[in-house]
Design a protein around this ligand. Structure first.
Ligand code: NAP
Length: 309
């Protein structure tokens, strides 16, 4: 019997219990899945970083901590978490992110807000350009950035992607490192941030980089709040350097009611809903990793603690 501790906020148990049990059964794994194992009996922890469990010291025989979230910035610094840590790569979450990013990109591309707010009776045709005439940049070419970049390239956009290391992706202009970001930004009419929050990516969009973008560019941030220097973005929005920003993630969540983003005419705030882990598909990923752990195969989606993602 494999003892699996489920450590997440209480309402998650109802959502994940049955999909997890089904996925373990499908994977032919005999498990005892509970929220109340003795820590020293636990083989694997299925984990949400906002759960009560923060001290992993008593989990002496735990072979891996399997995160339910894609982002790991709140746990990479936990010194008690010495077990292998796997982040969530879930096809359902990825699909959700692609849909959200494509929708907001098309909103900007087709200037949909203009038509929604101009129901005045004035017949003033203004045909938008085609995607093939539009440059879009995706900062971050990991699981989510690559999926979004490919979907946008599939629609015909000129897509440039920026990552830490060199990459080759069909149909995408890939640039990397410090030298690559200026190239990624200089033609970017729409910039999508899908980077992790690490000490190196903090304020990656700062005043200098916002100024490198074409005047009137738009920003879509479903990555993490600290990727953007908020004061610099507000200044760029107020000067017109940046025409509009759609922000799903913030330094403080929920976004405080008195934050200038709320009510700013050129900002759309969404409450961290771009892409959620989907229980059924995520459960299959967790079962696959437990199976790997039990058969001596390397875990999938291991976090590189040094890089922070
Ligand atoms: P991932 O697969 O780990 O990809 C991260 C990407 O960022 C990689 O391409 C990586 O480059 C790049 N990167 C990291 N540090 C960099 C640096 N210093 N300079 C340039 N590029 C750098 O992550 P993912 O699954 O795509 O997820 C991305 C982020 O989305 C998550 O970390 C999370 O914060 C966010 N997210 C948000 C939601 C939401 O609902 N809003 C949902 C899920 C995830 P390499 O490829 O060279 O390593």
């Amino acid at each position: 019997m494999i003892n699996i501790q489920f450590a997440a906020l209480p309402d998650r148990w109802d959502k994940y219990r049955d999909p997890l049990l089904k996925a373990f059964e499908d994977a032919d794994l005999k498990v005892d899945l509970r929220q109340d194992h003795q820590p020293s009996d636990v083989d694997y922890v299925v984990y949400a970083p906002n759960s009560e469990l923060q001290d992993f010291t008593p989990y002496t025989r735990c072979k891996a901590v399997l995160n339910l979230w894609a982002g790991v910035e709140t746990i990479t610094g936990n010194q008690t978490l010495t077990q292998p840590l796997c982040r969530m790569v879930d096809p359902g979450l990825t699909q959700g992110m692609v849909e959200w990013v494509v929708a907001h990109t098309l909103r900007y591309h087709l200037d949909i807000d203009h038509w929604i707010s101009h129901q005045t009776g004035a017949w003033s045709p203004m045909c938008p350009p085609l995607a093939t005439q539009r440059h879009v940049t995706v900062l971050g070419l990991g699981v989510l950035g690559t999926a979004c970049a490919k979907a946008l390239a599939g629609l015909g956009f000129h897509v440039t992607g920026w990552a830490r290391r060199p990459k080759t992706i069909d149909g995408i202009t890939c640039v990397h490192g410090e030298g690559g970001i200026a190239q990624a930004l200089e033609q970017a009419e729409i910039v999508i941030l899908l980077l992790p929050d690490t000490p190196v990516t903090t304020n990656v969009l700062n005043a200098e980089r916002l100024a490198q973008m074409p005047k009137g560019a738009r920003i879509i941030n479903p990555g993490r709040g600290p990727l953007i220097d908020d004061d610099a973005l507000l200044a760029a929005l107020n000067s017109g350097q940046i025409a509009h920003a759609t922000l799903d993630v913030f330094r403080i969540e929920p976004l405080p009611v008195d934050h200038p983003y709320w009510g700013h005419p050129n900002v759309t705030v969404t409450p961290h809903i771009a892409a959620e882990t989907r229980a059924v598909t995520a459960a299959q990923v967790i079962a696959e990793n437990v199976k790997r752990g039990e058969t001596g195969l390397p875990f999938l989606h291991l976090v590189d603690r040094e890089a922070g993602y």
